[in-house]
Ligand binder design. Structure first.
Ligand code: GDP
Ligand code: MG
Length: 597
């Protein structure tokens, strides 16, 4: 196919604005998939993604489209992840295509992720076609939303396409716009091979599958390739395209998107954004802007049942095969025994991995408090990276501590603005900007990442009844007055509950945590002191009183089914408890104790 008849594009949207539904509709309209094989949300192929309605891995599909002018086009659609945790992946996959459809729900308008994602598209020099979706709904207001797109994003929306991905209205217009408004790719066939590694994942039959965009040259089956980032070389076993199922072809040329397999053992051996060329007579200059993605949030994962440690190791190794952005190393905790310290791109990423271990591998987990990476500047001039508060060095050797900060953009209806400002202020935020887009306010805050990783997003949703949208980017490290707070249960420190906090907020946080723990830990036959401490100094204390002997007696007698239910409940409860010294602490305590309401 000549370059003039290829179009590569992505769809950018805020979550739930209809990206996946529109993609399905484009696939269906062009008969890319036989009607009987069509299932909802073709591109969201992991269960957990489908359940949560999010796309994590970029997916791609090649569509053959006969345009109204009678010409045949190849349209390659990349479906990019829509969540802030995966911003780097989004920005890379944007560089693999020339244009974007900007989907905005015409009953809602522009949201924070619309902005974040469209900025990636603008950065990648995309031609952008606005699409107003959900016009079948009574609340649709295309004129208002088009105006908002012009005001807030600053792109022309006067001929935005009006679509219902649900009924199919406007789908042909969308396909025509892809052909006529988006540019064709450029590239030179007889130049040395230069391809971008857009994504990679592990397949149990084929090994690692690499999604590539050919910039220049041609890639054929059987050739030897080289990754420019590390010089590793591989023999190409297969080449193909997605329709959306994998279909082998002989060669990929300039402007094309497709896959290769090359007996690569693990996803870790490939880096998103890397440049692929031929081993011999390859290109020497890498594509610009490559950087490996780095985990920013760390937490410990421990099996509730210590006997499941090997199963946990196995599950983590398997998941890591398919996810190079997730890091892990073994960790031993005095309280929790053997487990892993894992690093994630963000909280959603953490939740996804944790859920998969629990569900797909059937392992009950204790997740310790998520922590960011602190830079500990020592008196001798060296800098240590602290991934785990439990490893905090002796303070006499520490000069100062720096923490990562983010720039958060929040869009919120006017009515809730006050609550949002208060929340950001409470989390040590510094307001940078406040502007209006219609009846919505857009606030920009500089916030410490550690105040956000835990429950910021949940709190934001709850104070705004779900009407706020949120996005962030890392801006760098800054010094602040930070201390390690330890928690002691029955006079024993529980290392897994240690956290780094700001000195001015330590007392409040410590008090909140011990009060929460008092409610979360069941009574025992003896009194249990629960304390928060900084260094040797106790800053908050609660005492859980002993169980009265006759409480258990009440369980006996009474009707049999009630008794059985009680016993079952106790058994289930037992399974999720861990013993610390003489005290049983339930699994949920590790997360709940940290939530601030
Ligand atoms: P995504 O998060 O952007 O991928 O959004 P989805 O495609 O998953 O759509 C979110 C929700 O909106 C789903 O319940 C869809 O069925 C619904 N939806 C998508 N497009 C339309 C539309 O044109 N009209 C209506 N009424 N609902 C739609
Ligand atoms: Mg989706």
């Amino acid at each position: 196919t000549p370059l003039s008849h290829i179009r590569n594009f992505s769809i950018v949207a805020h979550i739930d604005h209809g990206k996946s539904t529109l993609a399905d509709r484009l696939i269906q309209e062009t008969n890319t998939v036989a009607e009987r094989d069509m299932k909802a949300q073709m591109l969201d192929n992991m269960d957990i993604e489908r359940e949560r309605g999010i796309t994590i891995k970029a997916q791609t599909v090649r569509i053959n489209y006969t345009a109204l002018n009678g010409e045949e086009y190849i349209l390659n659609l990349i479906d990019t992840p829509g969540h802030v945790d995966f911003a780097y992946e989004v920005s890379r996959s944007m560089r693999a295509v020339e244009g974007s459809l900007l989907v905005v729900d015409s009953t809602q308008g522009v949201e924070a992720q619309t902005l974040a994602n469209v900025y990636h598209a603008i950065d990648a020099d995309h031609e952008i076609v606005p699409v107003l979706n959900k016009i079948d709904l009574p609340a649709t207001d295309c004129d208002r939303v088009a105006e908002q797109i012009e005001d807030v994003i600053g792109i022309d929306a006067s001929d935005a396409i009006r679509v219902s991905a649900k009924t199919g209205e406007g789908i042909i217009e969308t396909l025509e716009a892809v052909v006529h408004k988006l540019p064709a790719p450029t590239g030179t066939l007889d130049a040395p091979l230069k391809a971008m590694l857009v994504d990679s994942w592990y397949d149990s039959y084929l090994g690692v599958i690499v999604l590539v965009r050919i910039m220049d040259g041609q890639l054929k089956k059987g050739e030897r390739i080289k990754m420019l980032s590390n010089g590793s070389t591989h023999h190409v076993d297969r080449i193909g395209v997605f329709r959306p199922e994998m279909t082998e072809i002989d060669a990929l040329g300039p402007g094309e998107l497709g896959f290769l397999t090359a007996s690569i053992k693990q996803v870790r051996d490939t880096s998103v954004g890397d440049t692929i060329t031929h081993e011999k007579k390859g290109c020497t200059e890498a594509l610009p802007g490559f950087k490996p993605s780095q985990p920013v949030v760390f937490c410990g994962l421990f099996p509730v049942d210590a006997a499941q440690f090997e199963d946990l190791r196995d599950s983590i190794e398997k998941l890591a095969l398919n996810d190079a952005s997730f890091s892990y190393e073994m960790e031993t905790s005095a309280a929790l025994g053997f487990g892993f310290r894992c690093g994630f791109l963000g909280l959603l990423h953490l939740e996804v991995i944790r859920d998969r271990i629990e569900r797909e591998y059937d392992i009950d987990l204790i997740t310790t408090a998520p922590s960011v990476i602190y830079d500990i500047h020592m008196r001798d001039g060296t800098v240590e990276q602290l991934h785990n508060p439990a490893d905090m060095p002796d303070l006499t050797f520490v000069d100062h501590i720096e923490e990562p900060r983010i720039k958060a953009t929040i869009l919120v209806p006017d009515d809730y603005l006050g609550d949002v400002l208060k929340l950001c202020q409470d989390r040590r935020g510094i307001q940078e900007d406040l502007t209006y887009a219609g009846s919505r306010a857009m606030v920009v805050y500089d916030l410490p990442l550690n105040e956000v990783v835990f429950d910021f997003y949940d709190r934001l949703k709850s104070v705004t009844k779900g009407y706020a949208s949120f996005d962030y980017q890392m801006i760098g490290y800054r010094e602040d007055s930070l201390v390690k707070m330890s928690i002691l249960v029955n006079d024993e420190p529980v290392d897994a509950l240690s956290t780094m906090v700001h000195r001015d907020r330590a007392e409040m946080r410590g008090r909140a945590m011990v009060e929460k723990l008092k409610d979360l830990i069941p009574r025992h036959m003896f009194k249990i002191p629960i304390q928060a401490a900084i260094g040797g100094k106790v800053i908050a204390r609660e005492t859980l009183s002993a169980m009265r002997k006759d409480v258990t007696a009440k369980c006996y007698g009474g009707d049999a089914s009630r008794k059985r239910k009680l016993l079952d409940k106790q058994k289930a409860g037992k399974k999720k408890m861990r013993q610390f010294g003489k005290v049983d602490i339930p699994q949920e305590a590790f997360i709940s104790a940290l939530k601030m309401d």
